[in-house]
Write a protein that binds this ligand. Structure first.
Ligand code: MF3
Ligand code: CO
Length: 248
């Protein structure tokens, strides 16, 4: 069962979420063909340090960098390096900060220059599926309501939802209970309550939902080579519904 956060803890998460959303905006603004994914990792670290936050990913289960930079058929957790970002790519930026002891998580997929109409549609549908999932974050709904909202919408557009990776509770740890699948049945699973903080993160593929794990121990890629998009926000459930913490 998810931990219920205190008002003071939620305030720390709110401050960290704002720092994270600002840093994400800085990264999105900076992306250009010809940059390396290492350049973005360095820019993220510099930006959050100015606000007294640190990466929550660096060192997590041995993860060697501060953000994840997944390109095209890479679904999530691709490690920044010397790879050059190219015109026509879609780039998923997945970032997390720890501030005053509390973690927030956020991801956005963005176009690099001109991309295909199908890639644009993938990004639009994935972002909208996150919004629909977040709408379900009201007390007395269930975890299954979130996944059902995301899955129903994505599959009606003939895309697929990745199943082997899920959203999660977040707080003092990067990943806390409960798991939040991006698929499921309404009115099933753990019940939601005010004070729970969840990271909702649909990963959507144009083709099959099947993914493969690379030999580097981190990078997740689509099995069939089709494009994948990823959007994530950290949200606190209040009596009045969802409050997105990862916003400027
Ligand atoms: N946002 C990522 C997730 O929830 C966190 C990745 S941690 C890292 O899966 F160590 F892989 F970077
Ligand atoms: Co996450």
């Amino acid at each position: 069962m998810a931990l219920i956060k205190t008002p003071k803890q939620i305030q720390a998460l709110r401050e960290g979420g704002k720092i994270l959303a600002n840093a994400m905006a800085v990264l999105i603004d900076a992306v250009r063909p010809g940059m390396t994914t290492n350049d973005l990792d360095a820019l993220f670290v510099k930006t959050i340090q100015q606000h007294g936050a640190e990466s929550s990913f660096l060192g997590y289960r041995g993860y060697p960098k501060s953000i994840c930079t997944s390109i095209n058929d890479e679904v999530v957790h691709a490690i920044p390096g010397k790879r050059v970002i190219a015109e026509g790519d879609i780039l998923s930026l997945d970032c997390g900060v720890r501030f005053k002891g509390f973690c927030t998580d956020m991801a956005r997929t963005i176009p690099v220059g001109i991309i295909t109409a199908e890639a644009q549609k993938l990004i639009r549908i994935t972002e909208e599926s996150l919004r629909l999932g977040v709408q379900e974050l009201v007390p007395d709904n269930t975890i299954g309501d979130i996944g059902a909202a995301i899955q129903t919408y994505v599959e009606a557009e003939n895309f697929s939802v990745v199943r082997v990776l899920v959203g999660h509770g977040v707080g003092e740890d990067v990943h806390e209970e409960p798991q939040v699948p991006n698929y499921g049945q309404p009115h099933t699973g753990p019940r939601l309550a005010a004070g729970m903080v969840l990271a909702i993160e649909p990963m959507v593929n144009i083709g099959s939902a099947r993914v493969v794990f690379e030999d580097d121990g981190w990078t997740v890629r689509t099995f069939d080579g089709t494009l994948s998009a990823h959007f994530e926000d950290t949200i606190v459930i209040t009596e009045r519904g969802p409050e997105i913490l990862t916003q400027q």
